[in-house]
Design a protein around this ligand. Structure first.
Ligand code: MV4
Length: 457
């Protein structure tokens, strides 16, 4: 196992990774920006290295500064967390060039999967079902129109370099297509420096289901079941639950995900995203190469610490689990607590936290870097805490999450959180019955503001 790891992240995930290191007897160093000088991760780590000013482009996204910090402290490995450099194949390669183990897949696998059009082609070759559409990037508006006519409207134009909901446009009729196609290409060029796009049938009324995988560097892999992440607003997940599928439908999707990942030589903890339609048919969307925000719900239904396993796999240890060792028990539900104002279009609402009293109680896990007196700044994403609960069944889990959220006290001048909105979702009759799709949040928001136009980015 590694002796010392550099944690190249901030916020709750930096603490999550730091705690895993402590438990494994690994010494920790954390990088930080000026804004995070007083953070809990800096306080708890064995060492901390300031790598730049508050702006993430000059700190947490500065690959050279991160690698220099790793060299300075003598770390053998770098854990990137999620976001920032976690899916940057160039960064993984720079780590390797500097003798550092990047905790994640190889740079080649990361690059192949970061290109969503390439990922689509690879997964199709591995036999995964895809949404109907073009596997290769579509180079002209005329070809886009031909693909759309073949698969039928609505279609979705997606940037090959996008992912996670960035760089996609839903097109409902042939008349809209030429402009939407041109606009998506132009936006992709600006956002990613890559204007390749592809076209798929847009699947409505589907659930967003992801399969958690763990693959070692010896060709072994297991799945850790599914998560339902359909409760999203503009591709920001608000509530996630495990499991997403009944045991009878789990096997086919999980085996497909595993086959796809092993086929491309994926290693580490990864997630294969699918849309599951009303007929329980599943369609591959993308593979994520990182630990995900919502990993706690999987940990709670499997009893497996995913960050521990990431370190074992990165250190070359063969998987310590066979598929039959992995049992899915009960139901776990997580909600994100963002410092945003649901009454003002979820605008950031940062400030100092005068009061911060997280919930406690049985089977209740709070992942947060917040504390009373903490100053939430404007520089980074607004995730302040995740509250996850476990219970033997879904109804008890939802009751437990409501109970926990009722205990959470967060206040300060100008500070608002998404807790009231999450509580509305938990109250919704269809959500309670487990009858919901990716359309749920828009329905709730439109019920509150009937004048607001519906928007799909
Ligand atoms: C789709 C889709 C429907 N049809 N692709 C969103 C995140 C990224 N991984 C891909 N995403 C989607 N791709 C096809 N062909 C629906 C989504 C999607 C979504 C779309 C609109 C509003 C909310 C959504 C939530 C999850 C997934």
């Amino acid at each position: 196992m590694f002796e010392k790891v550099l944690i190249a992240n901030r916020g709750e995930i930096a603490l999550r990774v730091l705690r895993a290191c402590r438990e494994l007897g690994i010494r920790t160093a954390v990088v930080y920006s000026t804004a995070d000088a007083d953070s809990a991760a800096v306080r708890l780590a064995d060492e901390a290295v300031r790598i730049g000013p508050s702006a993430s482009r000059r700190s947490y996204l500065n690959a050279a500064a991160v690698v220099e910090a790793a060299r300075k402290v003598g770390a053998q490995a770098v854990h990137p967390g999620y976001g920032f450099l976690s899916e940057d194949a160039d960064f993984a390669e720079i780590c390797a060039d500097n003798g550092l183990t990047f905790v994640g897949p190889s740079p080649q696998v990361m690059a192949a999967l970061a290109d969503k059009s390439s990922a689509r082609a690879l997964m199709r070759r591995a036999g995964l079902p895809l949404p109907p559409g073009a596997v290769q990037p579509v180079p002209t508006a005329a070809e886009a129109a031909a693909v759309a006519a073949e698969v039928g409207y609505p279609v979705i134009v997606k940037a090959a370099a996008g992912g996670g909901g960035r760089g996609m446009t839903v097109v409902r009729s042939p008349a809209e297509l030429p402009r939407a196609y041109a606009r998506t290409r132009a936006a992709a060029q600006v956002a990613f420096g890559d204007d390749r796009v592809y076209v798929e049938r847009y699947l409505t009324d589907a659930r967003h289901v992801e399969v958690q995988l763990l693959c070692d560097s010896h060709g072994n892999g297991v799945h850790l079941g599914t998560r339902d992440c359909s409760v999203q607003r503009r591709h920001q997940k608000l509530i996630e639950e495990a499991p997403a599928l009944a045991p009878a439908t789990l096997d086919a999707i999980a085996q497909a995900a595993l086959r796809g990942a092993l086929d491309v030589g994926f290693t580490g903890a990864g997630t294969v995203e699918f849309l599951v339609d009303a007929e329980e048919r599943f369609h591959f969307l993308e593979i994520n190469c990182r630990i995900q925000v919502e990993h706690p719900v999987t940990e709670m239904v499997t009893g497996i610490d995913l960050v521990h396993e990431q370190f074992h796999v990165a250190a070359g240890v063969p998987l310590r689990w066979r598929q039959q060792d992995i049992r899915l028990t009960g139901v776990a539900v997580e909600c994100r607590v963002n410092v945003e104002d649901p009454d003002r279009g979820f605008a950031p609402a940062p400030g100092r936290l005068d009061r911060f009293v997280p919930p406690g109680g049985p089977f209740t896990r709070v992942d947060t870097h917040g504390h009373a007196g903490y100053l939430v700044g404007p520089y980074y994403d607004s995730l302040l805490a995740k509250v996850a609960v476990w219970a033997p069944d879904r109804e008890l889990a939802l009751n437990r999450l409501e109970r926990a959220l009722g205990e959470f006290e967060i206040s300060g001048p100008g500070v608002r959180t998404t807790i009231p909105f999450v509580r509305r979702v938990l109250d919704d009759a269809d959500f309670r019955k487990g009858r919901y799709t990716t359309g749920l949040v828009d329905r709730l928001l439109n019920a509150a503001n009937p004048g607001e136009p519906r928007r799909t980015r």
